[in-house]
Structures are given as C-alpha cells and as structure tokens.
Design a protein around this ligand. Structure first.
Ligand SMILES: Nc1nc2c(c(=O)[nH]1)N[C@H]1C(S)=C(S)[C@@H](COP(=O)(O)OP(=O)(O)OC[C@H]3O[C@@H](n4cnc5c(=O)[nH]c(N)nc54)[C@H](O)[C@@H]3O)O[C@H]1N2
Ligand SMILES: Nc1nc2c(c(=O)[nH]1)N[C@H]1C(S)=C(S)[C@@H](COP(=O)(O)OP(=O)(O)OC[C@H]3O[C@@H](n4cnc5c(=O)[nH]c(N)nc54)[C@H](O)[C@@H]3O)O[C@H]1N2
Ligand SMILES: [Mo]
Length: 824
C-alpha cells in the first residue's frame, strides 16, 4: 500500500494497459485520521452518489459511524478506484448541521415540528388544491440523486395517483439532452456503449466533456490506456484547456454555442472522403441522403469561420474519426447545456452510425449522464416520461402501464408531453401551479436566472415543500422542510451511465428523525389514501426491496428490463448492466449488436421531435420514416445562439464544474479537504483578454450579463480568447459564515439566461453574453485549483503555490497482482 495526497494527485498512480487487455485493479482507500483498516467494524456495499460514473465502494463503519471508504476491486466499473469527491465527500453525512426534524413555516419563520404535523399540512394543502383546482395545481420537482425505488414510487403516486402531468427532475438541467439525443437517433433512451469500450477503442472523442474532472475514474481508465502500448488517439472539443485537452491528439476549441456547425463540418469531411460504412448505413439506418445534403455546404473553411477554429484542425480531427477502427464517442454538458443541444448531440450519434461503429467492442456512444442516479429518474418516470421507456403517445403503452398499476388508462396523464421544469416555474409564476414539492435539488442556486427563481419560490400563494438533508438556499424559502436520510443511511439501487445497476446498502442510522425519501413518499401516498381501481392501496410496497420488485415488473419486456436482477444478485460481486432478463441473465454489455434497435413503431419510446421547433413527430409520420426499426440519421442546420456578444457584453460566458466540488456544494463544501482545494468562486479568462481589459491574476472582477452580476477573482488560464468561465458551485452558503444572502452575488446563475433547447427543454447554461470589469487589485492569487482546467497561465503562474492537501488528505492505493475475478 502506498499513501498519496489525492488532492494534489487526483488521478493517483498509473497502471498502464494495452488495447483489448483487462484494466488492472487498484484499490483506493481513505479512512478518517487515526483509524486503521483493522479497526473497522464492518464494510457496507454501495456506489458513488457524487457523479454518474457509478464507482463501486464499501463504506467503513466503526462505532455505528461512517469512518471512510474503499473502492470495490470486483466491480466492472472502477476496478477498485475512487475519485477525490468520493474519497472525502462522505464526511458531509455526519455534519452537525444536518436536518434532523421537520420544519414548518409559522409567522414567517421555519420552526421545528413533528412528522405528523408536517405531513398533515402537506396532505391538507394537496386535498384542498385537488378539490379547488384539480391535479394541475400540483408539481413535483425531483432530482438525479435519489434511488430507483424512490423515483418509481414518486412517479406512481404523481402520475397514477394524483394525475398531474407536472413532474420533472433536475435531470432536465443535466441529462435531458442525453435522453433526447438517444430518442432521436434510436427512438429510445439507453446508452449503446460500455465503459469496456475504453479498453478497446483506438479513438476516443470527447465532445464538451471534461471527463478528467467530472468522472475522474473513467479518466483514470483513459490515462492508463494512454500510458500503455498502442494508446488511443484522443479528440477533445472544448473551449477550455481541460486535462482532456492537454492529452488530446487534436484539441478543437470552438466558440461556445457553435457545436452544430463544427459537427456538420466533421460530417462533411467524413462523407466527402467517403469514410462511410455504406453497407452498415444501407442495412441499419434511415436518413442518410438528407444528412449528405445538409452537411454539403459545411466545408472546413466555412466552419472555421463560424467556430473560430483553424480549418486544418477540422480536417485533422475528421481524418482521425474517419480512420478510426474502434471509435468511442462521449458527450456531455458542453453540448447539452449549449446552443442547439439536441441537434449537436445527435450529430455525434450520426458519426458513429455512418462509420458503422456501434454494438462492437471499442465502438460505443456514451451520451453521458451527470448525476449518479439520473438514469433512474428517466427510467422510472421521475422526469415526467412514462416508466420503463414507454411511449406517452402510444395508447397501447399507456394501457399496458395502467395494467401494471391497476388504474384506468385515462387516469394517467398523456394528452401532451410532460411539463418540463422551466415550464413548471412559469406556471408557478403565473399562479396555476400552487404547490411545488422539491426533493433532492437546490433550484435557488442551480436554475438559471436566480433573481427570477427566488421571486417565484418566495411567493406567498405558492406552497413549497423541500425534502433535503440540509437547510439549503431552497429549503430556506420553503413552507415545509422534510429531513431526508441519504446515501449510507438508506437502501436502494441506481444505474450509472453504462447501464450498470448497483445496490447501495444502509450502513448507519440517519441523524435524528430524518427519514429515507422512499418512506416519505410512501407515507404521503398512504395519508392521501391513494387507491388503485379495485380499492387496494395504489403504492403496494413498504420498503426498498419490495419497491424494487414492483419496478422490475414495470420494466418487464422493455429496453431497460430489470427482471433478471435481485438485491441478492447485486450483493458481493460487481454491478450488473441492464437489460438483465431470462435471455440475458448476466446483463448486457452493449446495446444494438448486429444493428438491432428498439425503434420499431410499436415498441419505441419516442417518435422523435423536430430538432428546430421541438414539435413531437406524429405516429403516422414516424411509421412512414422508420417502418422496420432502424437507426435514424437526423440532420440539423446551424443556428447561432440567441444571445451573442455585443459592444456592451463582449465576452461569451460559460459555466460549469471543478474537480473538487459537487454542484451547490451541500456535500463537498462540508468535506474539509475538498472545500480547502477550491474555497471560493473565481473567473477564468485568457492571457490575451486579461491584457486587453488590464487585469492580472487574483484581481477582483465584476462579471455582468444582462441579468445580473457576480464578483469573482481572476484566474488567468489558456482558455480560448473571447470566453470567460465561472464555476457554478458557490451560492450564498459559506462554510465559515453560514448563509449570507449578501453572498448571492457569487452564484453563476445570477447571470444565466431563461432559455432552453427546443427539443430536450434543457436550459442553456453555456452561452450568455457578459462583460468583465476590474473592481480592485489582487491581494494574492485567485482561489482556483491549479491541478485542473483552471491551471494558471501567464507570468504569475510560476509563483502560485500548487493545490495540495494536508495530512488528512492522504489516501492509500494498492495494486492487485492480477484481476480479482468476476466480470472485470
Ligand atoms: N467534480 C464534479 N464532477 C461532477 C459534477 C460536479 O458537480 N463536480 N457533476 C456531475 C454532473 S450532474 C454532471 S451533469 C457532469 C457534467 O460534466 P461535464 O459536462 O464534463 O462538466 P461541465 O464543467 O459542466 O462542462 C464540460 C465542458 O463543457 C465546456 N463547454 C462549455 N460550453 C461549450 C460549448 O459551447 N461547446 C463545447 N464543445 N464545450 C463547451 C466547458 O469548457 C467544460 O469544460 O459532471 C458530473 N460530475
Ligand atoms: N450555471 C450552471 N448551472 C447549472 C449547471 C451548470 O453547469 N452551470 N449544471 C446543472 C446540472 S447538470 C445539474 S445536475 C444541477 C444540479 O443542481 P442541484 O440539484 O440543485 O444541485 P445539488 O447541490 O446536487 O442539490 C442537491 C440537493 O439535494 C440534497 N440531497 C443530497 N442527498 C439527498 C438525499 O439523499 N435526499 C434528499 N432528499 N436530498 C438530498 C442536497 O443537500 C442538495 O441540497 O445544476 C444545474 N445548474
Ligand atoms: Mo448534471
């Protein structure tokens, strides 16, 4: 075992391996200071809840407290490795400011109460609104951080019980475009690829995806391939100098918001050079001729002009894609949260399809998820879609679901697409939604245009329920606050990007009276007396395992078939990839082998949408387009972003993440090693732009968009010119000072725009216009980490001390001599 400061060395040591070989095992462990592995009372199985990679781990328990974590060697996803947020983030569970009792608003203040009082208040308001206005007065806004069992229960009670169409998750901000792009190209959600594609690929293309910081264990896998024999070529498309960009064979840094133009340019080159697998396209896809026509005019020179990327580099990138033998493509927020999100993400699918690179080792598409359980929000109906990828515009699917739930099909709202969260906020603003139940998300920091969001949530007439583990910025605006148990304190399953299902077991008791989210939802359904059509309780389960069994039945025969999985099967070994059923008892590594898709008109989840207007495609149109269930090549024209730089706002503002923090920091801000590594907001700007504006490293700047302004210290980096970047992690909660509403002026979403992709309805966090002004001179460097995309550049760089942890950041890594067996 070797100890290492993983704050300073976030990716740990390399274990090089070659194409087609098994990725070596390396077990990462971090225990609280002073605790030796031998002193741990028990190890309890779980997986990461701080990103979408699904890294499997065991929680160390001593004296009924969580004292550390260790990666699971036998798991197919991480082969024992853990990222920084997982090594240190568990400490938030025992933070002294956890919510331990329900709160209700009395005389304007939140006061402690008991569960009966809090729940009865919610039930009374529900019944009153149902009687006065009907179910459309009630909305649910959930997350990508609960468990499958919890989303399924929420979906059943909201759709099948109350009959409201207003159900969405913060997955709308996160992976709505992943789902939409998969529905456009394959008529169904579900990742085609597998992480094992990294082991085989000869080209890995990452589009708007900073995997090094956001799925750091997946990046370790790529780094280990890069360190081994016959390494893959890397194509990186990102305006920032991420670690991915630094390791790339070709790095394209387009102007934010021009992704579709760039993709059309790449497709143009691939088609013009005839790097197309015509036999595959002929047999397995529709729409090729339209695609050829669409991309015809997107020559490298034309695209170079739009994206501000050299034409030669576009040719080089296209040639790499065109000569790939095993191409793995990944996509994330640089596409999903940018201009023309779905249209851009679909073009990535198109490249793999026309190159015939699907359903074979090394040939995969990962339209990435972000949150740990976002996949389940989508599968189980927590985002408003019908559970198990049923098609809301197919009457047969609705009837089938009604049978599973034993309700009348007319009781399941399906007259229009489910309401997305930005629309729900609009309804709340207009006063037609009167109750909003927020679970596991912090919209007062994470939604765009915060001044508006706060005003909506603060309204007297809107009854806001917040179910959280801390008194978040959003909880402070609530009428009722419900204290939830979280990861390590409750049991359930969740599914990562490559369809691997993990079981997360309860390790310790939750603090005070906090309850599992599942128990809260079940309690609500019981108190409301929700019944099926025979008068039996609608929600027929009472714990996690029985909820899982119910969900399995709902998934039977659908693409995400879980019927072959049991809690017992998930215990002890590796996670299992769906579909897992009688035909695939050990799960399914890749979808779409042999060009078989889920896309027949009868079976498919979606008939698709118009990429420009977002209007749903009619069933008859879809039948005409794709009668036999092939992949669909959908072309799109480039349309510039709605808000472009102007004289008053000359920069393009983008926002995103850093390695050490998770979202609004409610967990990572309470883990001392992580908080110290990135203690406060900063703004990234290029050396050239800094010189023009007259600023130096560490100067305090004001960044202003048409919606507001934020103060942040300057970090000068190799970001492309014309672009500034803000991390969105910093709301007005602060580890030292508690909640200081004056600090609202550092949340990136003070600046972002109320606008979304027409197709996926995902808000646009990554293209706004902004200006930058100096407020005061530096009193030291900015608080940005040096280990990441925010690595300093320019004259001051050498004098900035590198990011590192203290002794409490030491973690162990242990390489196994050979793989630990199982399905590695
Ligand atoms: N450390 C950490 N890891 C996380 C999370 C976290 O909060 N912290 N959150 C998890 C979640 S929920 C998510 S959704 C994922 C997100 O994971 P990522 O998508 O990898 O992270 P982001 O930083 O949001 O954005 C990725 C990149 O998009 C680039 N970008 C911005 N605009 C454009 C554009 O117009 N075009 C292109 N091509 N690129 C652009 C940015 O420069 C940025 O480097 O991370 C997950 N993992
Ligand atoms: N500007 C900008 N804004 C963005 C983004 C961006 O890139 N730029 N990214 C967007 C994306 S991709 C995402 S995913 C969102 C994330 O945005 P949020 O979902 O708002 O962020 P979190 O901080 O993860 O909020 C989760 C909340 O759930 C609570 N919680 C944690 N565990 C549990 C649990 O087990 N049960 C319950 N009931 N509560 C729990 C946490 O304390 C926290 O308050 O932000 C979006 N907003
Ligand atoms: Mo996300």
């Amino acid at each position: 075992m070797a100890a290492m400061d993983r704050i300073a060395e976030p990716w740990g040591s390399r274990s090089p391996y070659g194409s087609g070989e098994a990725w070596p095992v390396r077990v990462d462990t971090h225990l609280a200071s002073g605790i030796a592995p031998g002193e741990v009372d028990r190890w309890v199985q779980t997986a990461s809840l701080l990103h979408s990679n699904g890294d499997a781990m065991d929680i160390a328990v001593k004296d009924e407290r969580i004292v550390g974590v260790r990666g699971r060697a036998v798991d197919r996803v991480n082969h024992g490795r853990l990222g920084v947020k997982d090594l240190y983030g568990w400490q938030a569970n025992s933070s002294p400011d956890r919510l331990t009792r329900p709160l209700i608003r009395e005389g304007g203040r939140l006061v402690e109460t008991d569960w009966d009082t809090a729940m009865n208040r919610i039930v009374e308001r529900t019944q009153q609104l149902l009687a006065e206005q009907g179910p459309s007065a009630i909305g649910f806004y959930t997350t990508g951080q609960l468990f499958a069992e919890e989303y399924y229960t929420l979906g059943v009670l909201a759709h099948g019980g109350l009959g409201t169409n207003h159900v969405d998750g913060n997955t709308r901000l996160c992976t709505a475009t992943a789902a939409a792009a998969l529905k456009e190209s394959f008529a169904s959600d579900g990742q085609p690829g597998s992480y094992t594609d990294v082991d085989h690929a000869d080209v890995i293309a990452l589009y708007g995806h900073n995997v090094a910081e956001t799925q750091s264990v997946l990046w370790m896998r790529m780094l280990d391939r890069l360190a081994g024999p016959n390494p893959p070529k890397i194509l990186c498309v990102d305006p920032r100098p991420t670690e991915v960009a630094r390791h790339a064979t070709v790095h394209l840094a387009p102007l934010p918001g021009t992704n579709v133009a760039l993709m059309n340019g790449l497709l143009h080159e691939i088609i013009a050079n005839d790097w197309v697998d015509h036999a595959y396209v002929e047999a397995h896809a529709v729409g090729f001729d339209e695609l050829v026509k669409m991309v015809k005019d997107y020559t490298p020179e034309t695209v170079a002009h739009i994206c501000d990327v050299p034409a030669e580099k576009i040719r080089e990138a296209a040639s790499i894609l065109g000569h790939a033998e095993r191409l793995l493509s990944t996509v994330l927020q640089g596409f999903y949260q940018s201009n023309q999100a779905t249209a851009a993400a679909v073009q990535v699918n198109n490249i793999n399809i026309i190159r015939g690179m699907l359903g074979k080792p090394g040939c995969g598409i990962l339209q990435m998820n972000g949150q740990p359980t976002a996949e389940n929000t989508r599968e189980c109906g927590g985002d408003g879609d019908l559970p198990a990828f049923r098609n809301w515009s197919n009457e047969v699917h609705v009837k089938d679901l009604a049978k599973v739930w034993n309700v009348d099909p007319m009781e399941i709202p399906h007259y229009s697409p489910p309401t997305h969260v930005m629309q729900m906020m609009r309804y709340a603003e207009d006063g037609s939604i009167r109750m909003l139940w927020v679970s596991g998300t912090n919209p007062a920091v994470s939604l765009p245009e915060l001044p508006r969001v706060r005003a909506i949530l603060e309204q007297e007439r809107l009854f806001v329920v917040v179910q959280d583990i801390f008194l978040s910025e959003t909880a402070q605006l609530a009428d009722v606050v419900l204290p939830a148990a979280t990861w390590g304190e409750k049991t359930g399953t969740f599914t990562n990007v490559d369809r691997t299902v993990h079981l997360s077991e309860k390790a310790v008791e939750p603090p005070g009276e906090a309850k599992a989210d599942l128990d809260i939802f079940i309690d609500y359904a019981r108190r409301l007396g929700l019944k099926d059509k025979d008068g039996a309780p609608l929600v027929k389960w009472d714990d996690a395992e029985s909820a899982f069994e119910a969900w399995k039945e709902c998934s039977r025969g659908r693409p995400c078939d879980y019927t072959g999985i049991t809690y017992e099967k998930l215990r002890g070994g590796s996670g299992v990839q769906w579909p897992c059923n009688d035909e695939n008892p050990d799960g399914t590594e890749r979808l779409y082998e042999g060009g078989k898709f889920f896309s027949t008109p009868e079976y498919c989840e979606s008939y698709g949408r118009d990429l420009v207007t977002g209007a749903p495609v009619e069933p008859t149109e879809y039948k005409a387009l794709n009668p036999t269930g092939k992949a669909i090549l959908k072309a799109a024209e480039y349309v510039p972003p709605h808000e472009i730089p102007s004289e008053g706002f000359p920069f393009i503002l983008i926002t995103g993440r850093t390695l050490y923090h998770f979202h609004t920091r409610t967990k990572t801000g309470r883990a001392p090693q992580l908080q110290a590594a990135a203690p406060d907001v900063w703004v990234e700007i290029s050396e050239g732009d800094a010189a023009v504006v007259g600023i130096s490293e560490g100067d305090l700047l004001e960044v202003t968009s048409p919606r507001g302004s934020v103060k942040a210290k300057a970090r000068i980096t190799d970001i492309r010119k014309g672009v500034v970047f803000l991390p969105f992690h910093y709301g007005y909660w602060d580890t030292e000072g508690g909640y200081e509403p004056e600090d609202a002026g550092r949340a990136a979403n003070e600046l972002t725009i109320t606008d979304w992709d027409a197709c996926s309805k995902q808000p646009i966090f990554k293209t706004a216009a902004a200006r930058v002004e100096k407020v005061s001179a530096a009193d030291g460097p900015s608080p940005a980490p040096t280990t990441t995309a925010s690595r300093p550049a320019g004259p001051a760089a050498a004098s900035i001390s590198p990011t590192r942890g203290n002794q409490s950041a030491e973690a162990d890594e242990e390489f196994a001599q050979q793989s630990a067996g199982g399905t590695l």
